[in-house]
Design a protein around this ligand. Structure first.
Ligand code: SF4
Length: 301
């Protein structure tokens, strides 16, 4: 006999160990959508006449993000959604996800702009990965991607830049910052962190576990798999992911606890350690905390 949903008589498709609830397809989808809408209302309220740039890689998280923002704001004539993708230049990996991103933006009828490291920086991620360098590949990739997205969002007059980070990503980032003792980065994680020269980054999926994003994507015929980036194994994030997954398995709710605990101390953190005022990078003009922005520093300009 199949297990019934705790909210109706239909068959359950998921058991949320952290909430103790069995949910059917309808109530599971409602639960995911409720969490996303609540996060937007609480942390990132959208006003009239806003332009929201949505970073989309073509993977499950950013696809669910774009799908949901379209579902919430698609009927609002005063809200403009623009999808932005970045081609880092990782052969055998990025081409596939960009194709998925194109298909989704076509399906939803959303304007889609594809940017690339090659055009912006004159070198691809594969080239950078072959350099003799101090930092890991993902550090370069993350900083350069953030920079390119921010520049384009500013150029388009976007008031928000939506990113598809889910609960697992957020919990991993908090843990990583603790392990590295990087308090400055922690302050920048406090939502919403508004700084002049940086388009406000919003993370509407931050209270939805990765596994649920995957199920939601599957149920809505959205892209699921992106394959693995050839450089992913280099990142410390992978180790933190394993630790947190083990903890979540043995103590359901660990990831939520980590995020909620962080949010509670976040305001105190930002009051006690205000983020340094940003200036313009001497080389590229992007927002920077010193003479050069992170991207120009990393590229050794
Ligand atoms: Fe870039 Fe690292 Fe992600 Fe690969 S795993 S796309 S190198 S950040």
């Amino acid at each position: 006999m199949s297990i019934k949903c705790d909210k109706c008589k239909h068959a359950s498709i998921i058991y949320q160990r952290y909430s103790g609830m069995h949910l059917c397809k309808k109530h599971f989808m409602e639960d995911v959508e409720r969490k996303i809408k609540l996060t937007i209302r609480k942390h990132y309220p959208v006003k009239k006449n806003e332009t929201i740039a949505v970073a989309i890689s073509g993977g499950k998280d950013s696809s669910v993000l774009l799908y949901m923002l379209h579902k919430i704001f698609g009927e609002r004539p005063d809200i403009r959604l623009i999808a932005l993708s970045v081609d880092e230049g990782i052969v055998g990996y990025r081409e596939k996800t960009l194709e998925q991103a194109k298909q989704l933006t076509n399906r939803l009828g959303i304007e889609h702009i594809i940017l690339s490291f090659g055009q912006e920086y004159g070198r691809t991620m594969d080239e950078i990965a072959s350099w003799d360098r101090e930092k890991g590949t993902c550090s370069y990739c993350g900083v350069l991607r953030k920079s390119i997205l921010n520049r384009k969002a500013l150029e388009l007059g976007a008031t928000k830049l939506a990113i598809g980070h889910n609960l697992d990503d957020e919990a991993q980032t908090i843990m990583l910052n603790h392990l590295k003792g990087d308090v400055e980065r922690m302050v920048r994680l406090v939502p919403p962190c508004e700084l002049e020269g940086l388009v406000l980054r919003i993370k509407p999926l931050r209270f939805v576990p990765e596994k649920e994003i995957a199920i939601y994507a599957y149920l809505n015929d959205l892209p699921l798999s992106t394959g693995a980036c050839p450089y992913a194994h280099e990142a410390m994030r992978g180790e933190v992911r394993e630790i947190l997954d083990n903890f979540e398995d043995r103590h359901p709710g660990t990831k939520y606890a980590l995020l909620s605990g962080f949010d509670k101390i976040a305001n105190i953190l930002s009051r006690e350690l205000p983020v340094a005022r940003l200036v313009h990078c001497r080389i590229c003009g992007q927002a920077a905390s010193g003479e050069l922005c992170q991207a120009c520093k990393l590229l050794g300009k």
